[in-house]
Design a protein around this ligand. Structure first.
Ligand code: F6R
Length: 594
């Protein structure tokens, strides 16, 4: 789960790669490195830490072709030696993915005399290339690929070749062309400022890029062709637009994310397609899967859809679903939710559901991502590129897309109601972002030893999301909990140093959540409340250290509105504590490994 990039035919490869790595840094920021072809030799600079650490080292590097990498450590701790590129003989490589059989390959190669300099799984690739290279680059690449088990996107430099080779198997890789140069990168935005036209490499493709030209073959060496199209406009917006961090910029983009998602749902005729599908297929169950924030939006949707469709609807984390025997079959509608569309567990869960006979819908923010190739139908989320590692606007876009999906499965009348609710969300969200926040709330969080989040019914997934957001950007421990469950164990953790944030968006159920608040207050715990207008049980406001009111709104959009104060709370708390909300420690945006 790293970012890789390559270029050939540019004026100064090191500069181009460095800029591209800055764009890819959200994919991992444990170490970074660049290799450039200078005459007949390959020069490599790599450093532990962020991409910025390379700046000095690459000064004076010349050469028109090269490869670059930004790493999220899997095998081997962050260090200079574990940083990519890995070089050996005439080769240097960068890798995103996991080589599952690296231990046996390493033992074999070491027996044959190879000397390893890192603890990574990736280094076996460069030694295999050396082993199989007899002057024919294509043959060496194909023989190497044949030995690898796992997932890999690779960029390869060979000192006998004036360009680069790119390989895609189960990890994303996009190639681009423009101004006589050729590029490859893990994602589209990294190519946006460089290439004019791009193509997403198909599974099992090798690309040979040299002299401004690019050719492709499959893993058996048979030539294949790819269609290039202009870089999408959505990939181009990388500026902070005056905001101090991407997290707050992206929270401010929630109204547009919701609006654009609803418009795309309409434009792609999703409602009619879903209604026809529901009528034709007579599904007996719906299963939703995702990871992290995407799992939370899936869980919100499960609450919504079950109530609407009166069918068994479950949500599960994709990593659990993959390794279980389940009842998923031909009568199952399987909905995979993923911002990036590249999360390995979610993509594999979708594949597993498909091979069990289920109809698979992908709800994703990235139209060219791996999950779209697996799915029978794509429901677009149009949140725009999300750069902050913590998901915010994509979560709200997902809730909008999922609410519309659930309603469309029910029928045209329900869809019209949902569409009207989602339409109203744009203005409601804008109002919440502009006015619904108290700095006292962030200060209360920042000074707490642990922060818990509770909610019932539709508020429970929101509590989970509020807790995840705060933990990942502030590093304050805590948990999201169903309000009724607290007294069955976790209440043992409540004391004067803790804060519990209760989410209440429904009056009747709010009374139940309020009794959990009473129990917390009786144990000396601090309490904050996020409450929909008019839903507060008597006396709750007086009990709370902070009380944030959000507009009462339709259940279709309630989870995307009530989450906003929680996202702002996480953001402001992180800033107060001096954390980097855009690049939290140990995390990366796109989890393309298991
Ligand atoms: C949390 C967050 C992660 C992602 C998760 C799934 O803020 O961003 O929990 O939601 O890694 O990623 P996608 O949605 O790309 O599959």
């Amino acid at each position: 789960m790293c970012g890789i990039i390559a270029c050939s035919g540019v004026k100064c490869a090191a500069k181009v790669l460095y800029r591209g790595l800055e764009d890819l840094e959200y994919r991992g920021y444990d170490s970074a490195g660049i290799s450039v072809l200078e005459g007949d030799s390959i020069v490599t600079v790599k450093r532990k830490g962020r991409v910025g650490e390379l700046k000095k080292g690459i000064e004076g590097m010349c050469g028109t072709a090269g490869i670059g990498h930004t790493r999220w450590a899997t095998h081997g701790k962050p260090s200079d030696s574990n940083a990519h590129p890995h070089a050996c003989g005439k080769f240097s490589i960068v890798h995103n993915g996991i080589i599952e059989n690296y231990a046996e390959l390493k033992a074999e190669l070491m027996k044959e005399g190879a000397v390893f300099f890192s603890a990574t799984d990736s280094e076996v690739i460069v030694h295999l290339l050396c082993k199989y290279y007899r002057g024919d680059l294509k043959e060496a690449v194909l023989c190497t690929i044949e030995r690898l088990k796992g997932s890999f996107a690779l960029c390869i430099l060979c000192s006998d070749y004036k360009g680069f080779v790119a390989v895609r198997y189960r990890n994303p890789l996009i190639v681009g062309m423009g101004g006589g140069a050729v590029y490859a990168a893990s994602d589209m935005p990294a190519l946006a400022g460089l290439a004019e036209n791009v193509a997403v490499l198909k599974e099992g493709t090798v690309a040979f890029a040299v002299d401004g030209e690019i050719s492709f073959c499959d893993f058996a060496g048979r030539p294949i062709s790819l269609t290039f199209s202009p870089v999408p406009a959505s990939a181009r917006s990388r500026s902070l637009c005056g905001f101090p961090h991407y997290m707050i910029k992206e929270i401010n983009e929630i109204p547009a994310a919701v609006k654009n998602t609803a418009a795309a749902f309409e434009e792609t005729d999703c409602a009619a397609k879903l209604f026809r599908l529901a009528k034709k297929s007579a599904f007996t169950q719906i299963m939703l899967c995702g990871c992290g924030t995407a799992y939370h939006s899936a869980l919100s949707a499960a609450y919504m859809a079950e109530e609407l469709l009166l069918l068994p609807v479950r949500a599960e984390t994709a990593g659990e679903f993959r390794y279980r025997k389940t009842s998923v079959n031909r009568s199952t509608l399987f909905i995979a939710v993923s911002q990036s569309g590249e999360t390995a567990d979610t993509v594999e869960a979708a594949r597993a559901a498909k091979s069990a006979g289920a109809y698979v819908i992908a709800v994703t923010n990235v139209p060219y991502s791996a999950i779209t190739a697996v799915a029978d139908m794509v429901v677009p989320v149009c949140a725009g590129t999300e750069i902050c590692v913590a998901a915010t606007k994509s979560y709200c876009g997902q809730i909008a897309a999922l609410a519309l999906t659930a309603a469309a499965l029910k029928g045209p009348a329900e869809y019209r109601r949902a569409a009207a609710a989602v339409k109203s969300a744009e203005a409601i969200c804008a109002k919440v972002i502009a006015g619904c926040f108290s700095e006292d709330a962030a200060r209360a969080c920042a000074s707490s030893a642990a922060v818990y989040f509770i909610g019932r019914g539709a508020d429970y997934p929101v509590a989970l999301e509020g807790s995840l957001k705060l933990r990942e950007v502030s590093y304050i421990p805590g948990e999201g909990y169903p309000a009724g469950e607290l007294k069955h164990g976790t209440i043992a953790l409540i004391d004067g140093g803790t804060l519990t944030v209760a989410v209440i968006t429904e009056k009747k159920i709010g009374e139940k959540t309020a009794s959990a608040v009473e129990q917390i207050c009786s144990r000396g715990g601090g309490v904050g409340v996020i409450c929909a207008d008019g839903c507060a049980p008597a006396g709750l406001k007086e009990r709370a250290e902070f009380f944030i009111e959000v507009p009462a709104c339709h259940k279709f959009i309630s989870p995307l509105v009530s989450v906003i104060p929680l996202q702002l709370l996480a953001y402001r708390t992180a800033v107060i504590l001096g954390r980097d909300p855009d690049k939290p420690r140990n995390l990366a945006k796109s989890v393309t490994v298991e």
